[in-house]
Design a binder for this molecule. Structure first.
Ligand code: NAD
Ligand code: ZN
Length: 529
């Protein structure tokens, strides 16, 4: 329990009672937001509502919560904090809470909540209304603010049982990916996926376990057994491994297996494999019966640190990478680093380029961790690998949560990818892996940033040194920059169009700068000198 626990949920869901029980059982401090507000304002929440109105109450509540979060972040023992029912309605504070804490939402039916609220003597928001009707309306308005959480737990059970479930959710310490009602958690650890998967499919009578032949031979049997033990009928689909099979034909084979196996809407698809398998399983899940649940169990470093967050699914169409697809969030992702012990070295090392990229974008501490432990990282020390996955997922989740549908903010994730993609395409997707191309792309972006007076030379030198020590290519000498420059933005047909180039300003600080395509090409060519 490293991070504070925030209990969210509608009034009368039992946040205070459950919070007190969890605090007692774990020996942690217990804070009730409403009580703190009352002691500071010198009056009850009811009278603050009545005399100052809801907007002013919300702003007092917000200031109070911000201060509590600041203090909780540095406290020796992470506390349990019970919130007021509207405290996380504002999305900016909710995203902060999801990033820094474990947020658990308690939920119940409108009838039960109205009954409890009235039994407790009524609450300001229900005053004078048909209470069940009013609860239904408010639950509708606040649906997203309760859905965006690490866990959602029914309050309609004895308080001790609810407290036990909350405690388990707190201990799992998931990274939340906030995507409205499609929000989900990413769990990271070592050797836990087989024990955990059953609980995630408990309500599905049938599971479709998709893998590729290589991964299936190594890792599918224990997962399949765990699914069966959870009571599910299991349908296994094994695809041919590799990007060459990331196509509609493979998707069709999943659909056909589902048809033959009478798979209905209650099914859960489980993706066990690298990014190729997870992207395809997610896409098949998005289309089968117009969309079913899916759980990701990534087995490569790239699929853990990158493909596990963001909900992008799809397939290639001939040479067009990811040309066909959908945004379809998994209901859960289990990143079990034990699977990485069998991943081929080149794939693992390649993925470290994305980890370095992520550190540059949003995690200076991870950059320092990589620098101090490059050898251990390359040796795949399990604890360290789990920490890198955790930090990478957290940064990506933070960015993606702010920009679920790629309206712009996500662009920073393209650091190193403009030139990287061009080199990857030029090499025909075989001579260079994606990660190796990104490593070279990072070097190009840093050097280009220096030439533009934006990137400090010291940052470039440190990054180049780190990439080399991790076993990644970091020299542009001899690279086909001429051909790559011509490929940059080749999908942009209009003359004079520009590219949003991502530059590094400092560790953890990047910015996008529109650069005219012609200027960018000239600058890339100059990197060869
Ligand atoms: N959805 C996203 O946001 C996102 C992000 C990044 C990458 N991707 C996609 O991911 C794909 C690349 O992923 P990848 O690098 O994982 O490739 P991959 O899925 O092809 O896996 C690489 C190879 O390793 C094998 N393998 C996987 N796990 C293994 C294990 N634990 N032990 C032994 N062998 C194992 C596979 O059989 C395969 O041959 C690309 O198609 C890319 O588009 C998607
Ligand atoms: Zn990438």
């Amino acid at each position: 329990m490293r991070r504070p626990l925030l209990l969210n949920g509608f009034m009368a869901t039992g946040k205070s009672t459950v919070g007190a029980l969890v605090a007692q059982a774990t020996g942690r401090p217990f804070i009730e937001l409403d009580r703190v507000i009352e002691s500071e304002a010198g009056s009850s929440v009811e009278s603050l509502f009545a005399t100052r109105g809801e907007p002013e109450f919300r702003s007092i509540e917000r200031a109070c919560l911000m201060r509590i979060l600041n203090e909780a972040g540095t406290a020796a023992l992470a506390p349990v904090i019970a919130l007021g029912g509207g405290a996380l309605v504002s999305r900016d504070i909710r995203l902060r809470a999801l990033d820094e804490c474990v947020v658990v939402s308690l939920h119940g039916s409108a009838a039960e909540l109205a009954r409890r609220a009235l039994a407790q003597g009524g609450r300001p928001l229900l005053a004078g209304a048909d209470s069940e009707q009013r609860v239904t309306e408010l639950l509708g308005l606040r649906a997203t603010s309760y859905a965006e959480a690490q866990a959602r737990i029914s309050c309609e059970a004895p308080a001790e049982t609810v407290a036990e479930r909350v405690r388990e959710a707190w201990a799992r310490d998931e990274i939340a990916v906030a995507a409205g009602e499609a929000s989900y958690g990413v769990q990271i650890g070592s050797g836990f996926a087989v024990a955990r998967i059953g609980a995630l499919v408990a309500e599905s009578p049938v599971c479709v376990l998709v893998s590729d032949r290589t991964v299936a031979a190594l890792h599918a049997a224990p997962i399949e057994n765990a699914l069966r033990e959870a009571g599910a009928r299991v349908l296994r689909v094994e695809l041919e491994p590799g990007e060459a099979h990331k196509n509609v034909a493979s998707i069709e084979s999943i659909w056909r297996a589902c048809l033959t196996g009478s798979v209905d809407r209650q099914a859960t698809f489980v993706a066990l494999g690298g990014g190729v398998v997870t992207d395809m399983t997610g896409f098949a899940a998005s289309t089968w019966m117009r969309g079913v649940r899916w759980v990701g169990i990534p087995t490569t470093m790239l699929s853990m640190v990158d493909a596990s967050v963001g909900g992008k699914t799809g397939v290639d169409l001939e040479n067009a990478k990811n040309a066909v697809g959908a945004f379809w969030q998994p209901s859960s992702v289990l990143c079990d680093v034990q699977y990485l012990s069998t991943e081929p070295a080149r794939g693992f090392i390649s993925a470290l380029a994305e980890v370095v990229k992520t550190a540059l974008i949003g995690d200076p501490e991870m950059f320092a961790l990589l620098e101090a432990n490059a050898d251990r990282v390359a040796r795949r020390d399990l604890d360290l690998t789990a920490e890198l996955v955790r930090r990478s997922v957290r940064v990506k989740a933070r960015i993606v949560s702010f920009d679920e549908r790629e309206s712009g903010l996500r662009a920073v994730l393209n650091l190193g990818h403009t030139v990287g993609h061009a080199l990857e395409t030029q090499a025909g997707y075989t001579a260079l892996s994606h990660g190796e191309a990104v490593s070279l792309g990072l070097v190009a972006a840093l050097r280009l940033g220096e030439a533009l007076g934006k990137t400090p030379r010291d940052l470039s030198e440190r990054t180049l040194d780190l990439l080399r020590r991790l076993g990644l290519p970091a020299s542009l000498v001899g690279q086909p920059l001429n051909e790559a420059a011509a490929l940059i933005g080749h999908d942009k047909k209009r003359a004079g169009s520009s590219v949003r180039f991502v530059l590094a300003r400092a560790l953890g600080q990047v910015e996008t700068l529109p650069i005219a395509l012609s200027e960018l090409r000239t600058r890339v060519l100059a990197l060869a000198e």
